[in-house]
Design a protein around this ligand. Sequence first.
Ligand code: ADP
Ligand code: NI
Length: 218
Amino acid sequence: MTQQDIINESIQYFKDKFSGEATGHDWFHIQRVWKLSKNIAKKEGEMDMFVVEMGALLHDIADHKFHDGDENIGTVKAAEYLEKYDIEDEQKQKIVDIVKEISFKGQRVPTKMSSKEGEVVQDADRLDAMGAIGVARTFAYGGSKNREIYNPIVKPVCHTSFAAYKVSTAPTINHFYEKLLTLKDRMNTNTSKKEAIRRHEFMESFLQNFYQDWEGSL
Ligand code: ADP
Ligand code: NI
């Protein structure tokens, strides 16, 4: 099996597994992250494109949010998935590490990636959390968790631990302050830093309009 065969088989696997998912972590999210990752990587010079592509395709294989907060589930499932393929150990490790390290864990919690390939995939995943798509995904997720859209009484919190971030049940608008608006300054690559500015500006403008409309005045 060539590396391209493994990629093609994985595309089919994740398409089947995540099609129709309704929290914003559906196949089209994975597909966008995969495309974005390839496009960012092309501009960022030499790196292992197989690791970039597989890291992107596997990155949401099993998320703690949908597995009772189990933080190791992604690492375990990624390693299990890769077992059946003949891939160099070093590449396998890099792909598993991407799944392990990629997630946002709170505003004051560092999330450093251990490879260049991982930095690219993390940027792609975070770009897809921003801009117009980011707004849509965030409210889809909030709705799936029965969250309010907005409640002026509940103020955003700056999380200093993953544990505190994980158990939050705040209204969806708070997620913009707790995560989405901080992503622009957490991009790893120069290519993503530039793209993040456009997506950040859209979210600022969305929020400004949201508060204006909230008042019910004309
Ligand atoms: P990461 O990909 O860094 O692990 P997540 O999977 O937690 O990030 O988040 C991906 C997207 O899911 C977010 O960008 C957002 O759209 C949505 N999401 C996650 N947590 C929340 C939340 N508490 N409130 C609203 N949306 C959320
Ligand atoms: Ni993702």
